[in-house]
Design a protein around this ligand. Structure first.
Ligand SMILES: Cc1ncc(COP(=O)(O)O)c(C=O)c1O
Length: 375
């Protein structure tokens, strides 16, 4: 089965994991801080906290920032549910901002329209599919309207903005990542928060492990709890894999870009397809290859396309059902669908076709061949 995404694990990754399995610490050992250091070196942040996954990273970030009832946090509806569940799980209220219909990213003009009317405490922008948002505009708005800017960069490790691979932390106050197997690099499950704000990262580190404070040399059993916490720790086994995978990030992204180029070359002349584009000064890392299909102009609907592909051993996906259309969000929040028309239009057309390092040429041709048959 060819999935829309998958990991690439090589011999050196396996060796790194085995070495840690044979060491004294499977968790709470030195690999955790070593991985944090490597992440800082790679992405340019001063401080980093690695956690059990991207979802727990977003959750504790909101908690550390003190989000509470009646706080409005703006985000995009075209993302994985975790980027808005973190708002709700911290008792705050999501405010959905529509996407730009060319880039599929949060639209800064529509955000400003909202900012003029409402006080927004923070904005979670998502570099959807691996294409950087308009960070210059978002950062300008963050200063003008005084809100905290978060880059949910779970899709965009390895992307570039104005030739800068460390752009995420240059523009956003906080950056979150995910190391799920479909992402650019993996630790199985894993995530991180990066920031130049030591206080917030320290708070997250504390909450990652039950908020237990204890460092008495005289009374080594003693700990105290000033606030509640979680067990959102990541293991040393996972961090050993992460350290090994991080070395390969640039190679993996080059491979993803080659696959994207192949798809674009083969599909560009078909008018029923809208292909992902790359804005000037942006380097797409193609976590996803979102293909938009005018289903009203082809003989198969989306369900039929999925079924046909599955019969041929290709598992497609949709990224994403707009979050504001989820029953929970519809029931609990006032949503103005008129303001979110681009997101809903995008959803009607989107399918994600396989893209990952290690996919074989013959598999790519199989995908192209099937796509040409839906005419
Ligand atoms: C944009 C985005 N944010 C957050 C997450 C959550 O990450 P994780 O699956 O590691 O919890 C994901 C995962 O798919 C994601 O795509």
């Amino acid at each position: 089965m060819i999935n829309y995404g998958r990991q690439l694990i090589e011999n050196d990754d396996i060796k790194a994991v085995i070495k840690t399995l044979k060491s004294d610490f499977l968790t709470q050992g030195s690999k955790v801080s070593e991985f944090e250091k490597k992440i800082n070196q790679k992405f340019g942040g001063k401080y980093c906290c690695v956690l059990s996954n991207g979802t727990s990273s977003l959750h504790l970030l909101g908690k550390a920032l003190g989000w509470k009832k009646n706080d409005l946090i703006a985000t995009t509806p075209i993302s994985f549910i975790a980027s808005s569940n973190c708002i709700v799980n911290n008792n705050a209220t999501p405010e959905f901002i529509d996407i730009d219909n060319k880039t599929y990213l949060i639209d800064p003009n529509k955000l400003e329209h909202k900012l003029k009317k409402k006080k927004i405490k923070a904005v979670i922008a998502v570099d959807y599919a691996g294409h950087p948002c308009d960070w210059k505009s978002l950062s300008y708005l963050s200063k003008k309207y005084d809100f905290i800017l978060i880059n949910d960069a779970c899709h965009s490790m390895g992307s570039e903005y104005f030739s800068n691979k460390k752009y995420a932390i240059k523009y956003a106050h906080f950056v979150t990542q995910s190391f799920h197997p479909v992402k650019a690099i993996t630790t199985g499950e894993g995530g991180s928060v990066i920031s130049n704000d030591k206080k917030i990262i320290d708070k997250i580190k504390l909450m990652r492990s039950h908020s237990m404070i204890g460092n008495s040399k005289k009374l080594p059993w003693l700990y105290n709890i000033q606030t509640t916490g979680q067990n959102y720790r990541i293991t040393d086994i996972q961090c050993a894999l992460g350290i090994s995978q991080l070395k390969k990030l640039d190679r993996f992204i080059n491979e993803r870009r080659k696959i994207a180029k192949f798809y674009i070359d083969k599909l560009k002349d078909y008018e029923m397809f809208t292909l992902p584009t790359e804005k000037e000064n942006c380097k797409h890392s193609f976590h996803l290859f979102p293909l938009l299909i005018e289903f009203n102009k082809v003989k198969n609907n989306r369900q039929q396309v999925f079924k046909r592909f599955l019969k041929k051993g290709i598992k497609l996906q949709v990224h994403y059902i707009p979050i504001h259309l989820q029953p929970y969000y519809k029931k609990n929040f006032k949503i103005n669908k008129k303001e979110l028309e681009n997101a809903e239009e995008f959803y009607k057309k989107e399918i994600s076709i396989p893209i990952f390092p290690g996919i074989k040429k013959i598999q790519l041709f199989k995908v192209i061949n099937e796509l040409k048959h839906i005419y």
